[in-house]
Structure formats: C-alpha cells, structure tokens
Design a protein around this ligand. Structure first.
Ligand code: ADP
Ligand code: MG
Length: 459
C-alpha cells in the first residue's frame, strides 16, 4: 500500500488527500490514476467500496484548470442518489483548487432550474443519462469543450437498460476526448461496450486473481450413485440464495438440472446444446434473480459473471486444477463469504492432492455428515421473469415498461427488478408474489400505442 505522494500529483492535491485521511491508495487508485494522468482511455474494474470515485476524481481534478471556462468533464451515473454521492466526493477532492464547480444533473428536478444554473457552465457535470441527453438536445448543456467522460458503475448502467442513451450521449461529444469506464464487475457486455465506446483503452482489474482464501471449501467423498442425494443435502442444509452446479459433461448437466426440477427446485441448465437465444434467456433469468440454481458446463459458463453467488458446487471435480480455481472464484466476491463444495469419487482423490499443491493448502476429504441427509431444499427465488414481445427495434424502453407496470396502482416500483432489453424482446423481473398482477396489468395496457404481448416464464 503506497501513499498518494508516490504519484506525480501536485503538492496541494496531496495535502488535501492527507487532510481527508486518505493515507494510502487503494489498489484501483494506484493502478488507474497514472493511466488517467497520461490522458489514455481506461476500462477499470474493482469491487464496490474500493475507492473508484477517488480513482477518477484525483486523476481528472489534477488535470483540470479551473481558469478555463466551459464544462470539461462529464460523469454518467445510473441513478440520482449515486450522482449526488459522486458529486460530493468530487467536491471534497476539489477543495484544494479554487472555484471548481461541480453540478448534478439528474431527473426528479425541474429542468428549468437546471437550465438556469447551466448558464454559468460548471467544470464538471455528474448525472444520469436521460436528463443529460434531454438538456444537450435542448441546447442548454454545451458539450463542445468536454475533455473527459466517465461512465461510472458501467455494469449497473447496462443492467438498467441505459446502453442506448449512453451511446447517444457519447456520439454527441467531441471525438478527441478521454473516456474512462468504471465497473464493479467485468462481464462480457462491459468488454464489448468498452470496445465500442473507448479508444484503445488500457484495461485494469484490481482483482485479476481472486483470492480463494475467502472461500470456504469442502471436498466430499461420494460414490457416483449417491452424488445427487448429497447435492440435494448441500442445497437443503446451506440454502444458498444462488448457486452454480458444475458438471464435466453436458449429459450430466442436463440430467442433474432435470432431477432438481423434479424436486420442485427452479434450476436451469446451461450447456453447449442451447441455442443462442436460450443461452441468453437462461443467463438473464439467473442474473435477474428468478432462477437461483444454474447447472453448467465449463464451456457454457464462459463469460458468466454474476455479482453475488453464494455457492459453487462441483458435481464433478474438474480435470484441471486451474478449472477448479476458476469455477470457485465465482463465489465469495465483493467481500462476501463464499462456499465451494466438490463431490469427489474415491478414485479421484488425487485431484484433491493437486488442488492442495496448487493452492498451498491442506484440505482433507470429508464424508458427507448426517446434516446433509435431507432432501427438503426450499429455495424459491424471490423474482420471476416476464417477457414482452417487443424491444429495441420497436423503441420500447425500460421506462415505458416500468411506467406500464406501475400505472394505475398495478405494481409498486420496488416489485420490479432488472429489465433486459434485446432486439425484439424485453425481459423483466418482477417479484414472484406480483407475477399474476403484472401479467394482468400488462395485458390491459398499451406501450407506444400498441397492445403488448406478455408471457410469464414461471416454470
Ligand atoms: P466504489 O465507487 O469503488 O464503490 P467509493 O469511491 O464510493 O467506492 O469509495 C468508498 C469509500 O472509501 C468512500 O467513503 C471514500 O471516501 C473512501 N475512500 C476512497 N479512497 C480512499 C483512500 N485512499 N483512503 C481512505 N478512504 C478512501
Ligand atoms: Mg462508485
């Protein structure tokens, strides 16, 4: 851990950071600030609470000359509360410079009032995509002088369906600019977004190799015919909120998922046999909390990036130790404790030895205890998924859908979860208890003047 004075920052900046009791840099700050100071584009990932705001705040403010007028930095955030937090942190970091103006531009505030204050353009604007786009469209927010754009919480921006608005904003900005993208997780979609919107970005991740020390690992000796029973026991005893069960072959994968469903559990199989749309749908249903057990093969799980996975269960212990580490690294993220279980056949004991050697640990083989002798796993997911026949192509936005669902007292906003919009279909998670109500409300409404086709995936 190094102090900020380790970097080429002005004396005033350092003094202020010390006053803020920022004694040492967090890993993401140490890695990101030098890249930002060089003016390069950056795609950065670090878990929540790791100091990403100050990582871009210090970099951007160090380079900002308040004597030059015009808005020079734009920070995009997914929601109003976060925008306000970020603006507050930027103002604290900016204290050492005179007259740096940071302004929040988000929905929920009268447009006219925002327009009045924009007549003296702030140096930095922090805000949500919808309102920013609106003000740029009305000509009241000038973007010609922008030098740096930050996309904060990029993963949540995508979760909330802001991709198009973000792209539309970036299209309006000067081509010659610095673009920084920060995210708590690094799923495939973020990489793709980076490729599209950033210019030869440096990619940094503050947790390139996940520390498996935070994961509780168990190895159970099980003969093949008892494996399923032990799996049910683990699910019943530990009741994880979400789990991935890994199998070595797609046949096992399909069978295990089917048997779990026969037990009344809402599992889905993710294997190489799925059509692309089925794969997408499966990943969406798992990520939005309406399916909580995913049975997967390694190949099919590539790119699977789930924020909070309580448990990983190796129904089959993998052939390669690297695969083992990769599989279990999907649990125990973001400071949560993770659980990993492996079912090991007696003649596969040598695989445990290999794991121990690789991780420099001394796990021992356990026999499944009596606490696992049960098959009453009760883990209904909190959410359920609806799909709507219409998407990006039909210009149906997440806001339209949310509006239709909550209109006339249909659903409460808190009962609506993640909205995933594809080309011709939109998936929406709703609280399981509100599912029937949601279907009724939508069947009775119109979006953009058209009736909506709605289907529930409660199977
Ligand atoms: P993230 O955006 O990564 O979730 P934040 O930027 O919100 O994290 O930072 C989390 C907290 O850590 C904030 O309260 C912030 O003031 C504090 N913080 C950031 N950097 C440092 C540092 N170098 N030393 C001490 N506290 C810090
Ligand atoms: Mg943040």
């Amino acid at each position: 851990m190094k102090p900020f004075s380790h970097l080429a920052l002005s004396k005033e900046m350092i003094t202020n950071l010390v006053a803020l009791r920022y004694d040492v840099m967090t890993p993401i700050q140490e890695a990101a600030i030098p890249v930002i100071l060089q003016g390069k584009d950056l795609l950065a990932q670090a878990k929540t609470g790791s100091g990403k705001t100050a990582a871009f705040g210090v970099g951007v403010l160090e380079r900002l000359d308040p004597a030059r007028l015009g808005t020079r930095c734009l920070v995009l955030c997914p929601v109003r509360e976060l925008s306000e937090q970020v603006a507050g942190e930027l103002r604290r970091i900016a204290r050492f410079k005179d007259n740096v103006k940071v302004q929040c531009i988000t929905g929920g505030v009268p447009v006219r009032r925002q327009e009045r204050s924009l007549s003296h353009p702030p140096h930095i604007i922090v805000g949500t995509p919808g309102r920013i786009l609106k003000l740029v469209g009305r000509g009241s927010l000038t973007v010609a002088d922008l030098e740096t754009v930050v996309i904060d919480e990029a993963d949540r921006m995508l979760d909330m369906g802001f991709e198009e608005e973000m792209t539309a904003i970036l299209d309006l900005l000067p081509v010659k600019r610095q673009t920084l993208c920060f995210s708590a997780t690094f799923p495939e979609e973020i990489r793709n977004l980076g490729k599209r919107l950033l210019n030869a970005p440096r990619e940094i991740s503050a947790e390139t190799f996940h520390d498996p020390g935070a994961i509780e690992q168990h190895f159970f000796e099980v003969i093949p015919k008892d494996k399923f029973k032990v799996l049910l026991g683990i699910l019943a005893h530990h009741a994880p909120e979400s789990a991935v069960v890994f199998c070595n072959t797609k046949d096992t994968c399909r069978q295990v998922s089917e048997r779990l469903r026969e037990q009344g559990l809402r599992s889905l199989a993710l294997n190489g046999d799925l059509e692309q749309f089925e794969r997408t749908e499966t990943l969406i249903r798992f990520a939005n909390g309406s399916c909580n057990i995913l049975v997967a093969t390694d190949v099919a799980a590539r790119g699977l990036d789930i924020k909070s996975l309580d448990a990983v269960i190796n129904y089959d212990i993998p052939f390669e130790t690297e695969t083992y580490v990769h599989r279990i690294g999907r649990t125990g993220r973001a400071g949560r404790k993770g659980l990993a279980f492996s079912l090991v056949r007696p003649r596969e004991a040598f695989r445990l030895e290999a794991v121990n050697e690789f991780l420099k640990r001394d796990f021992v083989m356990e026999m499944p205890g009596p606490e696992l002798d049960r098959d009453d796993a009760d883990m209904d997911p909190q959410m359920a998924t609806l799909s709507i026949g219409g998407g990006r192509k039909d210009k149906i936005g997440p806001g339209d859908l949310l509006g239709a669902l909550t209109a006339r007292g249909g659903l409460d906003g808190s009962e609506v979860g993640k909205i995933d919009r594809l080309e011709k279909i939109t998936y929406c998670a709703v609280d399981r208890n509100a599912l029937q109500r949601a279907v009724r409300v939508l069947s009775d409404s119109t979006i953009k003047g058209r009736r909506i086709k709605v289907r529930s995936h409660d199977d």
